[in-house]
Design a protein around this ligand. Structure first.
Ligand code: ZN
Length: 508
């Protein structure tokens, strides 16, 4: 290029100057030796300036890129927050509308004292923490993808047969309405929160659906009328399900209605109530199983779920005399069911599961494949009483295959000892209270590490007779008692002084 002759215009081949790099290259190759040093110097300066400009443009581009990434991130976050917010408000609307309508259909014949329970109430209270954390914890405070669980009746003292008949009748009229609204324009479909009710299906478990080895938690649902309402979102076509159970199942053999303290609340027309208070006040649950609303808030803050299941009782059931193997399997399967279905709370922000009672000895293997089944980590491991560890897959495998075993015993596959789960202590942290100090504490502190001078004397009266006389005299001079029926105390917490400087009466 540096041989271009500028004298002949027609033969001049104009270089491409589309970029700064082109310009730099052009100038560099044209900074001919023929130029004088001033001109050369100027061209060098222009090249330098162009190079610097180029660098600045690069930095700017990089900045724009980071900003764009950041903006996209913020947009994703705010979209997520908006979606979660909408999921919550939709649930509020759907729940209140449905429940109000159910009440109108059932009352005054039946008073619906149930409400919405399950994870949603927990998520409502997780929400402020999730917001404070930019929804960074997966699943925390986020109800998307979870259905809404309604239980219409908590008080199961009523005549269940006629109530169940009424419940089924009401559900069937919903079913009929949905069908009619789909075929006739004269019938308005049921739409709540821009979601249209498209299906009402019967999901009631009957005895024939149940195997002996099914977990207790499934068995308690047998014959409780159970319907699912499916709503389709008119905007994005997503399906939202509402689970409607006619009444609360009865708790059985160590199996409670709520698995964790964070899942024990129910929301209805009166507000938020504990599923447990009723049972507690009727004294059918132990005081140690009682959790108040402050515990609930604390647990959410600490991302700690306190397990309410009484594993001692559950496992004691497996040791009952004369129990058939398949019945035993049912109880063990309950624990397997618990780990697979209930401990899912560990997937939605909770990092710790504790218990005021004993806890099953479980761990999560995050590193190795299961040696027996070859399954990849992570998976649960259960420690048996003999301290052999089994993966949950292996645990279930043994229970399932033992159905074909002729003996009634279930054994550890490694040491052949009786199959039993180890229980350990995993207590929640003790609540800390203020320790209020008063004057006494200072005086006591000053009296620490000192002692009274010893006095030498021989005793004329026995201790017994001395005490007796003391009690007689004290009786006479007893001061009036205060409202708590306690003697008024002085600052140093001694009984009132009689005379100068002496406490009570002393015989010396
Ligand atoms: Zn063993």
């Amino acid at each position: 290029m540096d041989t271009v002759q500028i004298t002949d215009k027609s033969s001049y081949f104009s270089p491409k100057l589309n970029t700064i790099d082109d310009a730099i290259q052009f100038l560099e190759s044209h900074n001919s030796k023929k130029y004088n040093s001033f001109k050369k110097y100027d061209i060098d300066r222009i090249i330098k300036l162009l190079k610097k400009t180029n660098q600045e443009i690069d930095t700017l581009n990089e900045n724009i890129e980071t900003t764009t990434t950041h903006m996209t991130h913020i947009k994703t976050q705010s979209d997520k927050a908006k979606k979660i917010g909408k999921a919550h408000t939709d649930r509020i609307e759907i729940f209140t509308k449905l429940f109000r309508n159910f009440k109108k259909l059932f009352e005054p014949e039946y008073y619906l004292d149930g409400g919405v329970n399950g994870s949603w109430i927990r998520q409502l209270f997780e929400l402020p923490y999730a917001l404070a954390n930019n929804f960074n914890e997966i699943g925390f405070g986020n109800p998307l993808g979870h259905d809404l669980d309604l239980v219409l009746i908590n008080n199961i003292q009523i005549d269940m047969n006629s109530y169940n008949t009424k419940f089924i009748k009401v559900m069937k009229s919903f079913q009929e309405h949905v069908t009619l609204s789909a075929v006739s324009e004269l019938i308005n479909p049921i739409i709540i929160a821009n979601k249209i009710l498209i299906q009402v299906s019967d999901n009631t478990l009957i005895q024939e659906d149940i195997k002996e080895s099914d977990p207790v938690g499934k068995k308690v649902l047998v014959d409780i009328p159970h319907y699912i309402f499916k709503f389709k979102d008119l905007e994005d076509n997503s399906i939202f399900e509402v689970d409607i159970l006619a009444h609360k199942p009865q708790s059985r053999e160590g199996w409670t209605t709520a698995d964790f303290n964070v899942n024990q609340y129910i929301l209805n027309e009166t507000g938020i109530t504990s599923l447990y208070n009723e049972e507690y006040w009727s004294s059918s649950i132990n005081k140690e199983d009682f959790f108040d609303f402050f515990d609930f808030l604390d647990s959410i803050k600490k991302r700690e779920a306190i397990c309410k299941i009484d594993f001692n009782t559950l496992l004691d059931n497996t040791k009952r005399w004369g129990l058939l193997r398949k019945e035993k399997v049912g109880y063990f399967m309950q624990i397997a069911f618990l780990l697979t279905n209930r401990f899912k709370i560990l997937n939605v922000g909770y990092s710790n599961i504790t218990s005021k009672r004993n806890m099953i000895d479980y761990t999560i293997n995050k590193t190795e494949d299961c040696v027996i089944t070859g399954c990849q980590p992570p998976y649960y491991e259960i420690t048996l009483k003999c301290l052999h560890k089994l993966s949950l897959m292996c645990f279930i495998g043994i229970l399932e295959e033992s159905k074909f075993d002729s003996s009634e015993a279930i054994r550890c596959p490694i040491c052949r000892s009786d199959f039993d789960i180890n229980l350990i202590e995993k207590k929640p942290e003790e609540q800390k209270y203020f320790e209020l100090k008063n004057m006494n504490d200072i005086i006591k502190k000053q009296l620490e590490n000192c002692y009274l001078e010893e006095k030498e004397e021989s005793k004329i009266q026995s201790d017994d007779s001395e005490e007796y006389i003391k009690s007689l005299i004290n009786k006479k001079t007893e001061p009036p008692r205060n409202i708590n029926n306690q003697l008024p105390r002085n600052v140093d917490n001694q009984l009132p002084r009689i005379g100068r400087g002496r406490t009570n009466w002393d015989t010396s």
